[in-house]
Design a protein around this ligand. Structure first.
Ligand code: CP
Ligand code: NVA
Length: 314
């Protein structure tokens, strides 16, 4: 489906935002159109009170720069409030159940709850018991907000989504899984180059193949050939232990100028950040002209506002 032919209604059917697999293409487009409006309003200095008298809970189980600040600033920009809850300062850290936490948090008047760095099964359990919308702010196996924001960035930069080729090089982690789901639902062609043992979740790959071409290969050059976008992420994620064996296997899966040269001349380089220059990407590429990683980080602000606006609208 061509996003440019879609007419947004600024309405979302799903109560929560947990995984891109749960969203229809139309819902993905709704979030992207809403992000476009949010960014436009911000750029012209238009104030909106969409979250006036609303408070959002931010329950974070791990460190964050972008997700935390973009939510905190985004909520302020929409006239709302937030309660920041580091998980280790809640009774969850002493064994209180997710069910009790989810039910009880909904009774204090919060309008939505953003969860950061919980296991995927825990995110699903929160949503099962929560009477307010739950947003997955990253789990061990997915990062839907990042990929929605990245789709918005691609749309902004390329003017379309349909039929673009995206190549992801590296660990088949949460970013790779969500990229496969989000890009395939937007009719993009996805190529993933990962070493054996570190390929993305096979169930996600099979699901993505129902929507568009998804190719999994060990060959970086096959993946990046004629790509419109080259994407990579860290070798070791927050949910991983330090692992020298894994780093050694991934060492060849780096984005360098030679790799970028195989993609289209106008290809974008994307990275969700944080970046480890010299590991998954060379400094020349990360800081080069084709890199749009700072715009990706910037767009998290507008996408997060879009998500909160639509999920708290009902
Ligand atoms: N990309 C991203 O989610 O960044 P943070 O870990 O800093 O939130
Ligand atoms: N794969 C990375 C993404 C960080 C935004 C991690 O989970 O740490």
């Amino acid at each position: 489906m061509d996003i440019n032919k879609y007419s947004p209604k600024f309405k979302i059917k799903s109560q929560h935002l947990l995984h891109l697999a749960d969203l229809s293409t139309e819902e993905i487009f709704e979030y992207l159109y809403a992000a476009k409006v949010m960014k436009k309003k911000y750029k012209v200095g238009e104030i909106t009170g969409i979250l006036k008298n609303k408070t959002i809970g931010l329950l974070f189980g791990n460190v964050s720069t972008r997700t935390r600040v973009s939510f905190q600033m985004g909520i302020r920009q929409l006239g709302g409030h937030y309660v920041f809850l580091p998980k280790n300062e809640t009774q969850l850290s002493r064994g209180e159940s997710i069910k009790d936490t989810a039910v009880m948090l909904g009774r204090y008047g919060l309008s939505a709850l953003v969860l950061r760095a919980f296991n995927d099964s825990e995110v699903t359990e929160f949503a099962k018991y929560s009477e307010i919308p739950v947003v997955n702010g990253i789990s061990d196996t997915s990062h839907p907000l990042q990929i929605l924001s990245d789709l918005f960035t691609v749309w902004e930069m390329k003017g379309k989504l349909e039929n673009l080729k995206i190549a992801y090089i590296g660990d088949g982690n949460n970013i790779a899984n969500s990229l496969i789901m989000g890009c395939s639902k937007c009719d993009m062609n996805v190529s993933i180059a990962s070493p054996n043992g570190y390929t993305p979740d096979q169930r996600v790959v099979e699901r993505g193949m129902q929507y568009s071409d998804v190719v999994i290969t060990n060959d970086i050059y096959e993946a990046v050939k004629n790509a419109d976008i080259v994407y990579t992420d860290v070798f070791i994620s927050m949910s991983d232990e330090e692992d020298e064996k894994k780093k050694a296997k991934l060492a060849r899966y780096r984005v360098t100028p030679e790799v970028m040269a195989q993609a289209k001349p106008d290809a974008l380089f994307m990275h969700c950040m944080p970046v480890h220059r010299g590991e998954e990407v060379s400094a020349e590429v990360a800081d080069g002209e084709q890199s749009v990683m700072y715009t990706q980080a910037e767009n998290r602000l507008h996408l997060n506002k879009a998500v909160l606006a639509l999920l708290t609208k009902r």
